[in-house]
Design a protein around this ligand. Structure first.
Ligand code: GPP
Ligand code: MG
Length: 279
């Protein structure tokens, strides 16, 4: 049972999120995407080349973009074998970079959903420019109730988008849409249950993006409650800190760099990859 006849935006909170992303045109995202036409809304992984800091601004931008694309490759590595006839879902697709990379890697159909019309139109425009719009399609839909057919997808991912939704509702919808044995992957920032609730730095990140960062433990409770069995859990925190150190020194820093660095260094926050199979 789907509900495409329902409005995409169901709550005042969802409307405020859509409004934020409909207006967003931040150089930290657009200038990086301009490097090669892959527009990301996630952070980076891996070491940076310190020599870029002695060169022109473009070199720093390109290096940050390289780390963001490397992050998406790590996520895609965890989807397992995907055949050209399979279908993938990018839940909370932003401007669509990860979906384009998945199509390039697997040769399969990819659907992306976002509640922001601006993001979806932008992403479809980029897919058209690349000539992959027959296989990569972005839709204004709510990831909690997408309207896609039950069991349609071999794999689903959330690349830094779970902090906008209730995880139990999200994973119930993912379980519905994944075929049995299908793979789910997320990369996310989550707060540390061991150190307690949201630290000041984590609260600053929530406020900056109007999101609600979940506890690490919440992911596993919500996955288990919806028939998902984790296969990989990777703490990427140490691998993402260099990205934030570079970003803090860049011309496109937004002011959120210090809260991320503080939260990661004090151990109140982790950058985590979780891959799980739907049984
Ligand atoms: C935005 O990416 C990502 C989020 C809003 C999710 C928050 C992520 C956490 C790990 C807590 P972006 O690329 O649009 O952000 P920015 O504009 O800061 O680069
Ligand atoms: Mg960004």
């Amino acid at each position: 049972m789907t509900s495409l006849d329902q409005p995409v935006l169901r709550t005042a909170y969802q409307k405020s999120i859509a409004d934020y992303w409909d207006k967003e045109k931040d150089p930290v995202n657009l200038r990086l995407g301009d490097v090669d036409g892959l527009y990301h809304h996630h952070y980076g992984l891996g070491a940076y080349d310190p020599a870029v800091l002695d060169g022109p601004d473009e070199g720093v931008i390109a290096e940050m973009h390289r780390l963001e694309s490397a992050q998406a490759e790590v996520l895609l590595d965890h989807l397992g074998p995907i055949a050209p006839g399979d279908r993938l879902l990018d839940a909370g697709c932003g401007r669509g970079g990860s979906s384009i990379m998945a199509n390039h890697r697997f040769g399969c159909q990819v659907d992306g959903v976002s509640i922001s019309r601006q993001q979806v139109d932008f992403a479809n425009g980029e897919a058209g420019k690349r000539g992959v719009d027959g296989q990569v399609k972005y839709h204004v839909r709510n990831m909690l109730d997408t309207g896609f057919e039950t069991g349609a997808f071999a794999g689903i991912w959330n690349n830094e988008s779970t902090m906008y939704v209730d995880l139990f509702e999200l994973f119930a919808e993912h379980a519905r849409q994944l075929r049995p044995g299908g793979r789910y992957v997320t990369i996310t920032g989550c707060y540390n249950d061991v150190t307690g609730g949201r630290s000041r730095a984590v609260s600053q990140i929530d406020q900056h993006y109007i999101c609600n960062i979940h506890a690490r433990g919440e992911y596993f409770k919500a996955l288990a409650a919806n028939g998902f069995v984790p296969i990989s859990v990777v703490d990427l925190t140490a691998d993402t800190i260099p990205y934030w150190e570079l970003r803090a020194q860049s011309s496109v820093a937004t002011g959120i760099e210090d809260p991320f660095l503080t939260a990661y260094r004090e151990g109140s926050f982790h950058y985590l990859l979780i891959a799980a199979d739907r049984i």
